[in-house]
Design a protein around this ligand. Structure first.
Ligand code: SF4
Ligand code: SF4
Length: 190
């Protein structure tokens, strides 16, 4: 983060920890590292550090390392960790707070994750439903993965997985309004 000396580093790390704690409502000191969260997390095996590791790094104040992790961006918000945690620590909220902290400062550790989230939300805000065709096209163009879905496209088309354009869900206008209001309330995530 480009700090000059230890006291500045301590202050910056402390400010970051306070902001992430305030936004998530999580007190990292309450975690006793039992690992029940990571044992049930569906993305732990694919992540650089699992959810227990994220909270451990915050406990020791290693904010710089936390802000380079993929894990907060990979979090699905499924809540399995929260359901298993004997301390009811809200790890999905913690991961979201870390991502927001990074986005606010333009230091998102996982640029492709940020790009995917923004394109997905643009999509749902505009249509009230996820349009997978548009999502894949915009994401692949923006991230430079131009041909990554070409091989799968025929199969996805045959199964109707790329037909989001024509689908109009009953609650679409409500979904649009809700997503719009949330994003406006956050000052925008774009
Ligand atoms: S389950 Fe809860 S207490 Fe145990 S390591 Fe995970 S967050 Fe910490
Ligand atoms: S909410 Fe996130 S961290 Fe928790 S189990 Fe699901 S994917 Fe893992």
């Amino acid at each position: 983060m480009g700090f000059c000396n230890l006291s500045e580093l301590d202050r910056a790390a402390s400010d970051a920890l306070s902001e992430i704690a305030a936004e998530s409502g999580v007190d990292v000191k309450e975690c006793y590292q039992c690992g029940k969260c990571a044992a049930g997390c569906p993305v732990a095996a694919s992540a650089d550090v699992d959810c227990r590791g994220v909270i451990r790094l915050l406990q020791i104040g290693d904010v710089d390392r936390v802000l380079t992790l993929q894990m907060p961006w990979l979090c699905l918000g499924c809540g399995v960790c929260l359901a298993r945690c004997p301390q009811s620590i809200d790890l999905p909220a913690l991961n979201t707070a870390i991502c927001r902290y990074e986005m606010k400062r333009g230091i998102a550790a996982e640029r492709e994750g940020e790009a995917f989230m923004n394109i997905f939300l643009d999509n749902v805000e505009a249509k009230g439903v996820s349009d997978e065709t548009m999502l894949a096209m915009r994401y692949n163009l923006q991230t430079g993965h131009l041909f990554q879905d070409v091989a799968n496209s025929p199969r996805m088309l045959s199964r109707g997985l790329l037909s989001g354009n024509g689908y109009k869900p009953a609650g679409g206008p409500d979904v649009k309004r809700i997503v719009h209001d949330i994003r406006a309330g956050e000052g925008g995530t774009k």
